[in-house]
Ligand binder design. Sequence first.
Ligand SMILES: Nc1ncnc2c1ncn2[C@@H]1O[C@H](COP(=O)(O)OP(=O)(O)OP(=O)(O)O)[C@@H](O)[C@H]1O
Ligand SMILES: [Mg+2]
Length: 335
Amino acid sequence: MSTGTETAAAAAAVDGDAVLRAEEVTLRFGGLTSLDHVSLTLHRGEILAVIGPNGAGKTSLFNCLTGVYLPQEGKVELLRGDGASSLSLRGRKPHLVNRAGVSRTFQNIRLFNALTVLENVQIAAETRTTSGPVGIMLGLPRNRNVERTARQRCRELLDFVGLRGKENALASALSYGDQRRLEIARALASDPTVLLLDEPAAGTNPSEKLGLAQLIRRINSELGMSILLIEHDMRLVMSVANRITVLNFGKVIASGTPVEVQQNPAVIEAYLGSDAAQDQEAAEEFSEQLAEAEAEAEAESEAEAAAETDAAQAAAAEEGPDGDAADAADEEGSK
Ligand SMILES: Nc1ncnc2c1ncn2[C@@H]1O[C@H](COP(=O)(O)OP(=O)(O)OP(=O)(O)O)[C@@H](O)[C@H]1O
Ligand SMILES: [Mg+2]
């Protein structure tokens, strides 16, 4: 079975240093305890999944990590690359948590439906633009350059998430799977170090799910982002996660590799049910499909790169061995 747990990168991630840590986080709403002394550590470069039944506290945990909710107890820390310093995120406003390098998507898609795909990403990227609002309003030259660069970067991001050619479509006109991709592009626009995805494949069809699994892996491997992933689809979770933490009634009931969690009796009882063996088979099949899709994508991008090289070589050959001389001769001739 070719799950992420078998890769060298995964092993490194599991042993690696911490980037985001929740310690003994407790959140109450009146008499209801939504999170009960929850601790988890996301390591640099890993994909950690958070799973559990409906109402287990998964989204509440994301809300505590991103400043939406202020937990009554516990710590939330973002750890810097040097490993020595940390930043407390508890009590920080959501936009400041985002500025610190933690970005997220939402369980219920939150897009500006009346705006285009590109505009949706541009708004999310605004936090990174250095131009002040007045400069932008007056369209001063320096700011125009900054804006052009920012727009170009947004287009590249859309390319990366697979929305090339759809930049000018209205967000509302996108398929459900593409809306999920756009949400991810928006989250990436602030250039985070940590990405939190709340059910990124909810409501999508099987082929969209496979595409999203591929995208999540590429964000992790190509952009080097550490990812915390909430997802109900066990096939996707087992195929992309390096480790899994299971919540039930606001408590962590298990933590481990996908295989460990899948075989854990407490998890089977609380969440996976008696179909765990069947789930494992389905997960293996999904992993195989994912590996095939990834191999196909790699072959495609190699073919594209080769075609580009051929085109560049053909252009150079047409220009001749001494491009400058040929240009000069052309100029001479046109006088
Ligand atoms: N703002 C709130 N006010 C009151 N109760 C809340 C609030 N937010 C969450 N809860 C409660 O906290 C508990 C955990 O909810 P949460 O949304 O975190 O679950 P979840 O694991 O994300 O579930 P799902 O898989 O259905 O998305 C639930 O009982 C929920 O009703
Ligand atoms: Mg939720």
